[in-house]
Design a protein around this ligand. Structure first.
Ligand code: GCU
Length: 737
């Protein structure tokens, strides 16, 4: 029998922790300076959250914890009416005081997950003219989101007078995709083992599950795919479904639905069932997984029924099919749509959805890997069932430090496309490098596809406003693991945070999100906040510069994807680095222009033309420099916008990127008085390693490219600080896999 717990009674695991990062942005340090504290205490004399549900219990627990910390005094959260100046939270069903307000229309306008936060005074106040703050929502989940928002206002020292907040998410499904394996390892995970202790479930529930749920809910995440996209069929076995159900029970009060990645050949008999397929076979008794075979459809329907008996609000399936060795419908001569629809029909009676990934490529058949997904999926537009998303990575290759947008965005008006971002820093320095990813995501979201004329941004594709998608979604490949600080690097927490905040409201700026995170997590000292924010804001561009400037890509070591690799490697299973960089005596870069692979033709005309302009020596050149070597093979002596030659610009960018890391390190050292000792030291160590590893990039890459360019490394590049870093050079740890 599973241990039953309620949100009101479970000891909250993070309560005992010091400043070791466990508390994430929910540390709720006492408000300083004193004038804010006095004002908040004065206003928040009483807190009332009437109602009995698990979600409202979670609201009370969070407010009690948060306000006790922030106000630096014990706070009780009542279940009755509000009687004095204070905070009241609920729905019109749970609070008669809220029902008495004439706010129904405005509450309804915020939708099922939105909320209002308002200051009420004088006649309107429910407490005899004393000031009150009211958090009102249509649903209890909206109340929970409102409370987290309110706590964030305090954490960031906002004034509470005259509050008139109206919050609602802009995208319906805001998911974390965990690439967690059943053996506890995490694919592309850099923060220890999986959070999910499959061997202990369902009997024992680690208190961390609840803290994970709190963290997710605090930033509006409302779903979690629990297991790796390269899915082990066993996840659908009855014993695992019990475990999944136990997790779902913990996450439910926080509005987080669970989803599973499924293996397309799950209905097959275990191992060896089919000689046509790679992989281990399935968990069923069939000898085919052909999506058009009635037995296969029946198998999935029965499996869906079984899942929903365990988890009535189960979200649905994520599927990686015909990708990197995973089986899929093409193995049976069927299309992706036929495969996705068969699963969709099994889930539809229960309200579940399918997220079918478009990450397909094949070294044997693709002359230009970047073109494949568009070629396979675009023609299928309109053929998917209503409850199917096609989930698309932000770029056409694979979560590189920088990629142009994926050409499918805008190209499938009749198929809801779900964005897949990667929060875990597979190609961006993993848990060693400080790289704040919000600017990357904003660059992608703000990109104008011109699919329906100017203003057809990627944002408008995925929030449904461009094509009128009936359902909308965004997913981030999670960076959390069992490490004490969840993400391996304290600053990687900011990426988890930023993903959630952007999924909720893509209009938020990277700066605002960074500042919220810093104030809630590290310090509220204005000067320190500005310094840290500035470090973060340039960190992604710096990483692009010291790893893959000017549109270079996929020149990381094979397998673990950490550190540079440019040489031909006969042992490589897929493409060699030269496939991507194409360095030769004439120049550098992959020609995807109309005279090359013509990948540019997959974009809408103005974008296609923008990327295509290959006449790089002419003033009419339009290809943004940041994508130059992605789309063009450019002669070494061509002049860049800076006036430098390609070769000199390359060297300049490489070293400029490294120099930025050196400056982050210097800034961090100066921040010592503002940061608690443990986190200060841990980040300092990471930054030192980052600096040492960053310098390896120009060293290796320029030395290699120089064999082709036959030009000297320019002398005026910013290498002053770098010699120290070179002196401290260390090898990347073996542990990075
Ligand atoms: C990348 C990554 C793999 C992952 C794959 C995917 O290729 O390196 O580990 O499985 O993406 O997104 O499916």
């Amino acid at each position: 029998m599973r241990k039953q717990t309620t949100t009101d009674t479970v000891p909250l695991a993070s309560h005992v922790s010091a400043r070791d990062g466990y508390e994430l942005w929910l540390g709720y340090r006492p408000v300083q300076p004193a004038e804010h504290l006095v004002a908040y205490r004065e206003l928040l004399r009483e807190i009332a959250v009437p109602g009995d549900s698990p979600t409202l219990a979670a609201v009370r627990a969070e407010l009690q914890r948060g306000l006790t910390g922030l106000l630096d005094r014990p706070v009780d959260v009542g279940r009755g009416r509000l009687r004095h100046a204070g905070l009241l939270a609920g729905t019109r069903q749970t609070s008669s005081q809220i029902a008495a307000f004439d706010w129904d229309e405005q509450i309804a306008a915020q939708g099922p997950e939105g909320c209002l936060i308002r200051s009420v005074v004088g006649d309107v106040s429910p407490v005899d003219g004393e000031p009150a703050i009211v958090i009102a929502a249509q649903s209890e989940l909206g109340v929970l989101y409102g409370c987290f928002h309110f706590l964030r206002l305090l954490q960031t020292h906002q004034p509470l007078a005259g509050l008139a907040v109206a919050e609602r998410p802009r995208i319906q499904l805001r998911l974390l995709d965990h690439w967690d394996n059943l053996d506890g390892s995490i694919e592309r995970g850099y923060a220890g083992k999986s959070l999910w202790k499959w061997e202990e479930l369902p009997g024992t529930l680690d208190p961390r599950y609840r803290d994970y749920a709190r963290a997710c809910a605090s930033i509006g995440i409302n779903g979690a795919v629990l297991n790796n996209v390269s899915a082990d069929p066993r996840i659908l076995r009855a014993d695992y479904l019990e475990k999944v159900a136990a997790l779902a029970d913990v996450l439910r009060p926080y509005g987080i639905k669970v989803y599973l990645s499924v293996n397309f050949v799950s209905p097959l008999q275990p191992s060896g069932a089919s000689d046509r397929l790679r992989g281990e076979g399935g968990i069923g008794s069939l000898n085919t997984a052909d999506p058009l075979d009635p037995d296969v459809g029946r198998w999935w329907s029965e499996k869906a029924n079984e899942i929903y008996r365990h988890i009535p609000d189960f979200g649905g399936f994520l599927v990686k099919a015909s990708s990197e060795g995973m089986p899929g419908p093409p193995d049976y001569g069927r299309t992706h749509a036929e495969g996705a629809n068969m699963l969709a029909r099994a889930l539809a009676p229960h309200g579940g959805i399918v997220m079918w990934r478009a990450f397909v490529y094949d070294a044997d058949t693709d002359a230009d890997r970047a073109k494949r997904a568009y070629k396979e999926f675009m023609p299928l537009d309109g053929q998917f069932d209503d409850n199917v998303f096609v989930q698309v990575k932000n770029g056409p290759v694979d979560f590189q430090p920088r990629e142009p947008i994926h050409p499918l965005f805008g190209a499938m008006p009749r198929t809801p496309l779900m964005m897949e971002f990667q929060i875990t820093q597979e190609y961006l320095g993993q848990a060693i490098h400080l790289v704040y990813l919000a600017p990357l995501w904003k660059e992608v979201l703000n990109f104008d596809t011109f699919a329906q004329g100017e203003g057809s941004t990627v944002t408008r594709v995925i929030d449904g406003s461009l094509h009128g998608y009936p359902m909308t979604g965004i997913a981030g490949v999670a960076n959390v693991g069992f490490d004490r600080n969840w993400c391996g690097h304290h600053f990687a927490q900011a990426n988890w945070y930023a993903f959630g905040r952007l999924a909720w409201d893509h209009d938020l700026s990277s700066e605002v999100i960074a500042e919220e995170w810093i104030r809630a997590t590290l310090t509220n000292d204005d000067g320190a906040v500005a310094t840290i924010r500035d470090m973060m804001m340039g960190s992604w561009e710096a990483c692009v510069n010291y790893m893959t400037p000017l549109g270079l890509h996929h020149i990381m070591r094979e397998g673990h994807h950490y550190g540079p690799a440019l040489e031909y490697d006969a042992g490589r299973e897929d493409w060699n680095p030269q496939y991507y960089h194409r360095a030769d005596a004439t120049g550098l870069g992959f020609d995807r222009s109309s005279s090359g692979s013509n990948a540019v033709a997959q974009y809408y005309p103005p974008v296609r033309d923008l990327f295509d302009n290959a006449d790089w020596n002419s003033p009419r050149a339009t290809c943004p420099e940041k994508y130059l070597l992605w789309f063009h093979h450019v002669p070494w002596d061509d002049e860049m916008r800076s006036g430098r030659t390609l070769w000199d610009e390359l060297a300049w960018r490489y070293y400029h990127g490294v120099e930025y890391v050196s400056r982050m390190l210097e800034s961090w050292v100066a921040l010592k008085p503002h940061i608690d000792p443990q986190r200060y030291e841990e980040v300092l160590r990471k930054l030192s390693t980052q600096e040492a590893h960053a310098i390896e990039w120009p060293r290796v890459c320029l030395a290699y490219f120089q064999d082709f360019s036959r030009r000297p490394i320019p002398v005026d590049i910013p290498r002053g600080v770098i010699h120290e870093a070179e002196a401290a050079m260390v090898e990347p740890p073996d542990a990075i896999t």
